[in-house]
Unconditional design. Structure first.
Length: 380
């Protein structure tokens, strides 16, 4: 190691602890005093004090251990200017991809309790968010370039931050035997009052747009059917002059809103009120069928899948985006799926349905901690 790199390494080991152990707590207490009139230096609760010290020790231990692994196995340091030369998959790296960042979060949580600081906890949340997006958009792409396929396989098998995996026994799909014939009408009424606010929801929650737009690069052919198009946002994004676009939705208000939107944007489309379980089209009609964030709203998944396949041409594509359990069974993605089920949707084993109806398909995680999937399926 050169003298310059040695200096960078030493400075890293001085600056980082200073930021975590001194600067962050002082900043948190300063904001507490100025904005919240909280001048208490340390918690007075003996139980909180004990717990905070234990949490701090855990966080520090995780940080020091990962630094040790970087140094001894990786032949490098945590500093991006002197990164590990070897791919480290040992100890906590078997459970999560970013144990050092998690150690920092644990350390700051412990300090927030110790110093009785709401502001420091807010700093902790901000730190975690920044580290998450840095890992996803900067660090991991760079590691893929450096280590290639072994790291790509590692990404698929190991969660980014949260080490807790749900046991396979807890992966349970909605029991449809308890769903009566009134389910579709109940959901239809809910969409009646949601219709006008649907676009506003996507503005407030832009990830939804990002998720459903994942289908666009995979559209093939010119005759396109979008099933359950909602407020028509996605249709406005993929529409082209040479596309022959069809769409069906069960909700009349969504149909009305989308029809007006297509007219105002001068997009030629043929839209109908129809049920996915009885599509009003002949067999082998469409090159691509699109269905986004709607399949979990169908009471009979098998009938819906059968119809989607029926209207596809041979070798046609089904592009489906919806909620399903994360492949790596991480707890956050699992809880998102369960929450979606609590909202009234029917969580289905989409992989099994695609296999049953003899599709060639790929399943890609596109968001929501692995709970949102893009299925790219081809009719044989």
């Amino acid at each position: 190691m050169t003298i310059k790199n040695r200096i960078i390494e030493v400075m890293t080991y001085i600056i980082v602890p200073t930021v975590f152990l001194i600067i962050s707590p002082l900043l948190g207490k300063y904001i507490d005093a100025k904005l919240l009139n909280n001048t208490k230096i340390i918690t007075s609760n003996i139980y909180v004090l004990s717990a905070s010290i234990l949490i701090i020790i855990c966080g520090l231990s995780l940080i020091f251990y990962t630094i040790f692994l970087f140094k001894t196995i990786g032949k490098g340091t945590p500093n991006p200017k002197i990164p590990p030369k070897e791919f480290v998959v040992k100890g906590p790296y078997k459970l999560i991809r970013n144990p050092m960042a998690l150690g920092g979060t644990i350390l700051l949580i412990g300090e927030s309790l110790l110093y009785y600081s709401i502001s420091l906890f807010a700093i902790t949340v901000l730190y975690t968010i920044i580290l998450y997006f840095n890992a996803k958009f900067i660090e991991e792409p760079e590691l893929i370039k450096r280590f290639g396929k072994p790291y790509e396989d590692y990404l698929k098998q190991v969660p980014r931050f949260f080490p807790f995996k749900i046991s396979p026994a807890k992966i349970k799909y909605t029991d449809t035997s308890n769903i009566n014939s009134e389910y579709t009408e109940k959901m239809n009424k809910e969409y009646n009052w949601m219709a006008k606010g649907y676009d506003a929801f996507m503005t407030v929650f832009p990830l939804w747009k990002r998720w459903i737009k994942k289908v666009i690069p995979h559209i093939e052919g010119k005759k396109i059917l979008e099933v359950s198009f909602g407020s028509g946002y996605l249709m406005t994004q993929y529409a082209r002059d040479d596309f022959d676009i069809y769409g069906i939705d069960y909700n009349e208000k969504m149909l009305e809103i989308t029809s007006k939107k297509m007219l105002s944007k001068k997009i030629d489309s043929k839209l109908y009120k129809a049920n996915v379980e009885e599509l009003p089209f002949p067999d082998n009609t469409f090159d691509t069928v699109i269905n986004t964030m709607a399949f979990t709203g169908y009471p009979n998944g098998e009938k819906a899948m059968s119809e989607l396949k029926r209207v596809l041409k041979n070798d046609g594509k089904l592009l489906l985006v919806d909620f399903d359990y994360p492949k790596n069974r991480n707890v956050i993605g699992y809880l998102i799926v369960r929450l979606w089920e609590k909202f009234g949707d029917i969580i289905k084993d989409i992989n099994s349905l695609l296999v049953k109806y003899d599709f060639d398909y790929q399943d890609h995680n596109v968001g929501g901690f692995g709970s949102v999937h893009l299925f790219i399926a081809r009719k044989k």
